[in-house]
Structures are given as structure tokens and as C-alpha cells.
Design a protein around this ligand. Sequence first.
Ligand SMILES: C[S@@+](CC[C@H](N)C(=O)[O-])C[C@H]1O[C@@H](n2cnc3c(N)ncnc32)[C@H](O)[C@@H]1O
Length: 199
Amino acid sequence: MQNFTFLKPNCFINDAAFDWLYPEQIQQHSRRHWTPLGIAKTAARFLATGPGKKILDIGSGVGKFCLVGARHFPEVFFHGVEQRVDLHQHALEVKDATGIHNAFFTHGNFTQIDFSEYDGFYFYNAFFENLTDSDHIDHTVEYSASLYHYYCRYLFKKLEECASGTRLVTFHSLEDEIPPCFQLVDASNDLMLKMWIRR
Ligand SMILES: C[S@@+](CC[C@H](N)C(=O)[O-])C[C@H]1O[C@@H](n2cnc3c(N)ncnc32)[C@H](O)[C@@H]1O
């Protein structure tokens, strides 16, 4: 764990400053696995439609999206669910270190979450690690193509059940989990970041 005694006054100023809050091994995963600050801010702005709204990050890793979103939108609640206990623990530690009060983290599988409690969802292709042989975060979980398809089908169904007006942001998604009732309303120039609203 980092020594936070000399915590920089603004660790939200750029990715390097934010990533420094985590141990080196976690920092090394940042470029590949954690949402960049600028993307997190853009995504959060789209999802944070008003005070008291609740946003869920499906597969929240070390909490980067939730913490950045919560910092920029203090009246909105950012929740993250993460299957790996050590990543979940890092999210809690950095939440404490940064004094963010409106980010919350749950350790578990996203399939255990009640989607009806949320107004919007962020999804940085959490299931892709099941399709690739390289760049895994670690080997503490099982990977398989069938798990990828199971999770995509499960999320597709949960999103389909959401109320009209529900917002979704995807980053690097293959779109297998997005039901046709979600309409694409905006996207980044490289099309990696997409904003959707349920009809
Ligand atoms: C690409 S990382 C994104 C992390 C975070 N959302 C961010 O933007 O910085 C995807 C994360 O999803 C988690 N994940 C994958 N499948 C999951 C599942 N079924 N339930 C909960 N977490 C899951 C992984 O452990 C990983 O930490």
C-alpha cells in the first residue's frame, strides 16, 4: 500500500498523478485496464444527469472511473462492483486517501447486483478478458469464451429490463451486451467511447 502522508494536493490533475495513489503493480495495468481521467470525466458528465442519481460501474477494478466521476459530480452517487477482492481493496484505500464521500464499492460478481437501483451504467468491456490470451490482470479468476457469452447475455437482459431513459456509457465494447432498445446518441471520434439512452 502507498504511503499517503505526502498526498499531492491534486491527484486528479492527470493520469500519472492519480495512478501514483496505487502500488506500482496496479499502476502498470493502468494504460490497458483502467479508464483514463479524460474519458472518465466525459462518461460521468453524460451519466450524471442530476443530484441524487445513482450510477453503477460494472467491473470497477481499482475504482478509477467511480472516484473520478464522484470527484467531478459530488451530488451524484457512483457505485462500483468488482469481482477481484484485491482490486476492490485498492478502491477502498484510495477512496479513503482522497476523501471522496460519494463513491461506494462492492466486492462481488455483477450478476449479484440489483440493476433497478441505478439510473445509469458505465461499462469498460469488463468481459473481454475472457476472449484474450494476453494482458490478463492476474490469474485469480477463470477465463473462457463461454463465460464471456454468459455475462454478455446476462447484461443484455438486465439492460433490456431497465426503465426508459436509462443511460449507458460503453468504452471499448464489442456491443454484444447492448440490446437494440438502447439508442446511440453520442460517441468519441475514435468510436471507442459510446453514449446510449434506453428508448
Ligand atoms: C477493463 S477493467 C475496468 C475497470 C474500471 N471500470 C475502470 O474503468 O477503471 C474491467 C474490470 O471488470 C472486472 N470484472 C470482469 N468480470 C466481472 C464480473 N463478472 N463481475 C464483476 N467484475 C468483473 C475485472 O476484474 C476488471 O477489474
